[in-house]
Design a protein around this ligand. Structure first.
Ligand SMILES: Nc1ncnc2c1ncn2[C@@H]1O[C@H](COP(=O)(O)OP(=O)(O)O)[C@@H](O)[C@H]1O
Ligand SMILES: [Mg+2]
Length: 229
């Protein structure tokens, strides 16, 4: 579960990115976080992942209280999250399989665990035939599916995707969202940041809309220009 209570974020240069944000995401939910460029979406994500700290307010992430978390606990908190970015961030010199093996080994998984888990997640994202390819040999949509597999491979309780379809065409974008929907149906909580309203409107999901550092609506169903339709 994620909770933000009266969260404010002012960057060092004085930019007030968040102005009192309250948000709660329960286990098992699928949530779109939408809003125009500069509205504070990525700031919310970076606070949740612990990349930046809030100026004011309280944050709870999957049982960890980020206001008083010990630095040595932060890696354990992060392991509860699988994070996906717009630009994929795969290791170009490693194959698809090796990209996944790398993040499993980083948390001490055994070779036996790798051999069991990696084929499963690659099959889930539809890339079991491409385990030996390098990222440069894959399309953008396929690379993003590798990034999703990598986010899932250590079995996080929540997937967070910040503009995951920003570099993809509409059909590939829809496929990625449908894959995230399927992953949610299998039990993982999903939080997707996007500014693509048309794509959001293809689903009937909870939509949290942020504008100018404040949440302006939180509804399940259609969304257009910050208004429920
Ligand atoms: N590291 C930073 N330093 C100063 N200002 C920042 C920084 N990161 C983001 N901002 C500003 O904070 C506001 C919110 O940014 P961001 O959360 O990235 O918005 P979004 O992801 O919705 O486009 C914007 O005005 C942006 O310019
Ligand atoms: Mg952003």
């Amino acid at each position: 579960m994620i909770r933000l209570i009266d969260v404010y974020k002012e960057y060092d240069n004085g930019t007030k990115a968040l102005k009192g944000v309250n948000m709660r995401i329960d286990d098992g939910e699928f949530v779109f976080l939408v809003g125009p460029s500069g509205s504070g979406k990525s700031t919310v994500i970076k606070l949740i992942t612990g990349e930046i700290a809030a100026t004011e307010g309280r944050l709870m992430v999957n049982g960890y209280n980020l206001n008083n978390i010990a630095p040595r606990q932060i890696p354990y908190m992060r392991r509860t999250l699988g994070i996906i970015f717009q630009d994929f961030r795969l290791i170009e010199k490693k194959t698809v399989y090796e990209n996944l093996a790398f993040v499993m080994r980083a948390i001490g998984a055994s070779n036996r665990e790798l051999r069991r888990r990696i084929p499963y997640v690659l099959q889930l994202v539809g890339l079991d035939q491409k385990a030996d390819r390098y990222p440069g040999q894959l399309s953008g949509g396929e690379q993003q599916r590798v990034a999703i597999a990598r986010a899932l491979v250590n079995n996080p309780s929540m997937i967070i995707a910040d503009e995951p379809t920003g570099n993809l065409d509409p059909q590939r974008s829809l496929e990625i969202m449908m894959l995230l929907e399927r992953i949610n149906e299998l039990g993982t909580t999903v939080l997707v940041v996007t500014h693509e309203e048309e794509l959001v409107n293809k689903f009937t999901k909870r939509v949290v809309a942020i504008q100018n550092g404040r949440i302006i609506s939180d509804e399940t169903g259609g969304y257009y220009n910050g208004e429920k339709v």
